[in-house]
Design a protein around this ligand. Sequence first.
Ligand code: AP5
Length: 216
Amino acid sequence: MNIILLGPPGAGKGTQARRLEDFYGFKHLSTGDILRSAVAERTPAGLLAKKAMDAGNLVEDKIVVQIISDHLASGSSSGGFLLDGFPRTLDQARSLDVLLSEKDMKIDYVLEIVVDIPVLVDRICGRYTCARCGKGYHETFAPPLREGFCDACGSMEFTRRPDDSREVVDNRLQVYTEQTAPLVAYYQGRGVLHQVNGMLPIHDVSLEIEKILGLF
Ligand code: AP5
């Protein structure tokens, strides 16, 4: 089964993708995570991507399409995949169609996670992660059990994404509306789009997704 998780920044794409990977073994491909690793490792793609990411703009289509093409060519997704954060433009969607048709594959489900904008801003601006183990927290919704200490590894060092500041979040939301939202109609026209209420608690969003995918 090949799935795209679509939705604005903070909708919960990564959260739901990680749960689907953990519980059902889907191969999770997040272009955001791959690009952040490339930035941290200072690879050529990472150096090209950093400026756009820090400003909340999209990285060039050819860079992200190459990332997905490499993953598909590696064969690691031949049993099915879950795309998180890709495609993000109509050109990326068309490139994905070409890549998949070359491998006799197709997209089975596009899950659009729908969340109100003020909620998105709160979710993004309050989130942070443990610098050592990567466990995610939120200032209001999911603080550590013992203030200042990671529940999982006890580290006292935490980090925030540079693009999670208020100014950059506003731009990321605008970029989503202008460049990514048109994908809803694109996939609706193909009969694969399903809307998910992302305002529900995380567990209930997971249940909606599992129902759509026929997992229970
Ligand atoms: P990317 O990493 O993909 O970021 P994003 O799309 O902006 O999404 P986020 O990771 O912010 O949010 P999410 O929907 O995954 O939500 P999450 O589960 O974390 O991209 C970053 C950048 O990389 C882009 O701006 C761009 O520059 C570049 N890039 C990436 N892909 C690209 C592409 N294809 N083309 C060009 N450029 C690309 O949840 C957020 C918070 O809310 C968490 O704290 C979570 O715990 C909480 N939460 C989640 N669900 C719920 C819920 N139901 N109730 C309460 N809290 C919840």
